[in-house]
Design a binder for this molecule. Structure first.
Ligand SMILES: Cc1cc2nc3c(=O)[nH]c(=O)nc-3n(C[C@H](O)[C@H](O)[C@H](O)COP(=O)(O)O)c2cc1C
Length: 228
């Protein structure tokens, strides 16, 4: 089981100072903001064991209106989170990277277990060249999103050094271009919106209740759902 501590989901909301407005033991200080993620991880590892549990995180990712634009706070928060997760002997930590490669390297250094990386490769999706990040020690495992969708046999292609089919825009792009030509987000906005936007710039999606970027309905439904 991978716990989703990334992309503005609940655990991420506890981590982020703008989303976590609590004044009790679950909000405010870094120590308090990481508490929810660590406690959830503890509960899950108690139930199924650390080696069956992973944890995804995305430091500095503005998706779903998360504001983690203070580099010092991001560093302190995720360093503390890694430290809090360390005793749980998780199967892995999975970092969805924003542009800060140095932060990735520091967190990787702190994490004693398997470090899985979905590297920041904007404007391209993660491609085979990212595998060098395993060779240079930045990560133990690289994850592929869009490329895997375009190539269900991706592991075999990578192993063989074979060419892969480039990812294509979501199926809804052509239809939605006709529907609302002036406000339509780009293909990248839909696929991996957080990583289109440097720290401090928020993405097109304004309301999780109206439009979830990874909801299949959002990918194939009317574009108006994207326009906050
Ligand atoms: C169609 C699609 C659906 C995705 N769904 C999710 C999701 O449900 N949860 C999640 O954490 N990330 C999701 N992602 C983001 C990917 O996990 C990944 O972080 C992103 O695609 C960037 O990696 P890439 O450059 O290898 O594609 C999705 C991406 C795509 C393209």
């Amino acid at each position: 089981m991978e716990l989703h501590g990334a992309n503005g989901y609940l655990i991420h909301q506890f981590l982020a100072p703008n989303a976590n407005q609590r004044s009790d033991d679950w909000g405010g200080s870094v120590h308090n903001r990481i508490r929810f993620g660590v406690e959830v991880a503890k509960a899950v590892t108690d139930a199924i064991g650390g080696q069956r549990t992973g944890f995804r995180m995305s430091p500095g990712n503005p998706l779903n209106d998360i504001d983690e634009t203070d580099p010092a706070d991001v560093e302190a928060t995720y360093t503390a989170l890694i430290a809090g997760l360390t005793p749980l002997n998780l199967a892995y930590v999975h970092l969805l990277e924003n542009p800060d490669r140095e932060l990735t390297k520091r967190l990787r250094k702190d994490w004693p277990g398997t470090f899985v990386l979905n590297p920041f490769t904007h404007p391209q999706s993660t491609g085979p060249t990212a595998l060098r990040l395993i060779e240079d020690g930045t990560a133990d495992v690289i994850t592929f999103g869009a490329l895997f969708l375009a190539n269900p046999d991706l592991p075999a292609r990578l192993a063989a050094g074979a060419r892969s089919t480039p990812p294509t825009p979501p199926a809804s792009t052509a239809a939605t271009t006709t529907a609302t030509p002036t406000t339509q987000p780009s293909k990248q906005d839909r696929c991996c919106p957080a990583r289109q936007h440097p720290a401090g710039q928020h993405q097109t999606y304004k309301s999780r209740s109206r439009s979830h970027p990874f909801d299949p309905d959002s990918f194939h439904g009317p574009i108006a759902r994207f326009d906050g």
